[in-house]
Design a protein around this ligand. Structure first.
Ligand code: BG6
Length: 484
């Protein structure tokens, strides 16, 4: 099945931090793939802006290498890469000084969409926003894109929002959470609101509990210093897992439009109850024979930052009162596996008798790898052995269903950047959403810091600390297995 590609309008996209890690790994290879798909107009341009002293030729060389390294082999075609590179320019700018801004202004065209991607440290957001305006480079239709971390607590997030709001309207600000650009995450909304099957059962009357797992096999080596100031709560839960929770738990918006969707997500965050410390488990991975421990990776033998966290969250509203949401994420776990599992309640009465066995339905939505969905249903065990019940999966892999290679599923960044050009904010976080997420997160972090809580050690490449399993066992539930 060939997906339909609708070209976007002509644009000039400036990437601040254009030679940085994120630009090389995600943004530029993503733009290249959109170019190959025929979505970029002939005349669209990408301008790398950074402090380093490069010229356009050098920038193109860096981008070429990035595409070869970070795009799948079969999407790399020398002729196409050559054509794509022709759209690239470079300008040296000083985010905190005056150098380069006039040159950038000269480069920008009139009458095309202007987008500015701030792929830089958040401490530079305000400076860049101010210079874009004071030099007359951005107009009131321009869009700015900002990356996480959007603050490290409520106060810093508010300060960032204030800095941006001095120069740009909320409708111009695109706060990226790349989880919202993942194919399956959007499918979550399609499944919930495009089918009549699930929504009537989507509440505490029928759902026993929900598990959201984002497990990674990588450690924090290489970015230990950043990570140690952040930890799994700030790095993953406050943003990515929170967004997944919102999409699973929100009420149906009246329309699939940016504010209707974001209003509903905000209500979920505001309805989250505080969590007491019995319902939070934090962990740190241990060393293996050949690999360092978390503390060694972090460069601090006494670090109390968590590389794993599991939480039991409750949402205080009519739909979800009484249904726990278990969230879990960590580094150096058994497999790279991200999944949302909706575990339904047992049927109220078994007409087959207890000896036939009881099986709850389960809907598993796989984010990665092998994006897809499985619905576990109960059937009769085949054969003459009487009425014995077993579970079978109704399995759907998106790649198979769409007849595409899994590799061809559009990467989150590609989709989100094209949404910026289209002016569609649905998959971006609004300022009040980010603030509400911090308002819920802050007291939890403050509380474990005040208690001097020390994360539990866990074996690298395991399922995390035993205490996380015990947290569920206490109430007769168990985590889904983490498997690749
Ligand atoms: C980033 C976090 O936002 O998301 C990383 O900072 C994490 O620590 C990454 O590894 C996970 O993203 P993905 O798309 O690989 O699941």
């Amino acid at each position: 099945m060939v997906s339909r590609v609708i070209p976007v309008d002509d644009f000039d996209l400036v990437i601040f931090g254009g030679t940085g890690d994120l630009a090389r790994r995600k943004i530029l290879p993503g733009l290249y793939r959109r170019f190959c798909a025929g979505q970029m107009p002939e005349t669209a341009r990408i301008i790398g802006a950074a402090r380093s002293e490069h010229d356009t030729e050098e920038f193109r060389r860096i981008v070429r290498e990035a595409i070869l390294e970070f795009s799948s082999k079969h999407s790399c075609d020398e002729a196409l890469i050559g054509d794509f590179l022709k759209r690239l320019d470079y300008v040296q700018v000083d985010a905190r000084g005056e150098e380069g801004w006039n040159a950038l202004k000269e480069m920008m065209r009139e009458d095309v969409i202007k987008a500015y991607y701030f792929s830089v440290a958040p401490s530079l957001f305000g400076d860049i926003a101010e210079r874009l305006m004071s030099h007359g480079i951005a107009d009131d239709k321009a869009r700015i894109v900002v990356e996480k971390p959007f603050g490290r607590d409520l106060a810093s997030a508010k300060a960032l929002n204030r800095d941006l709001a001095k120069h740009f309207d909320e409708t111009q600000i695109y706060r990226i959470d790349h989880y919202l650009g993942k194919e399956t995450v959007q499918n979550l909304m399609a499944v919930r609101f495009g089918n009549i099957l699930f929504e009537p059962l989507w509440n505490s009357q029928y759902v026993d509990h929900i598990q959201i797992t984002v497990a990674e096999t990588v450690g924090v080596g290489g970015r230990g210093e950043y990570y140690d100031r952040s930890g799994a709560m700030r790095d993953m839960v406050q943003n990515h897992l929170m967004q997944l929770l919102c999409l699973i738990a929100m009420e149906p918006p009246s329309r699939f439009d940016p504010d209707a969707v974001r209003d509903e997500k905000l209500k979920v965050i505001r309805a989250l109850e505080p969590i007491d410390h019995h319902h939070i488990v934090r962990g740190q991975y241990e060393a293996t024979d050949t690999e360092p421990s978390y503390r060694e990776d972090a460069g601090d033998p006494r670090s109390r930052t968590e590389s794993f966290i599991a939480l039991r969250c409750m949402i205080s509203n009519w739909r979800w009162a009484g249904t726990p949401f278990f969230l879990r994420t960590g580094k150096k776990l058994k497999a790279r596996n991200s999944e949302i599992a909706v575990v339904f309640k047992d049927a109220p009465h078994s007409i087959f008798g207890e000896e036939a066995g009881r099986h709850a339905n389960l809907l598993s939505i796989r984010l990665q790898p092998n994006e897809g969905m499985t619905l576990k249903v109960t059937i009769k065990e085949p054969g003459p052995g009487g009425m014995r019940l077993i579970d079978v999966p109704l399995d759907m892999s998106f790649a198979e269903a769409l007849g595409e290679d899994a590799e061809e599923i559009t990467d989150a960044y590609e989709r989100l950047i094209m949404d910026v050009i289209r002016g569609n904010q649905t998959l971006f976080m609004r300022g009040d959403e980010v603030e509400a997420a911090w308002a819920w997160t802050d007291p939890l972090i403050e509380s474990w810091e005040a208690r001097g809580d020390v994360p539990k050690p866990y074996e690298a490449y395991s399922s995390g600390p035993e205490e996380a399993a015990i947290m569920l066992h206490r109430e007769g539930r168990r985590w889904r297995e983490i498997k690749g």
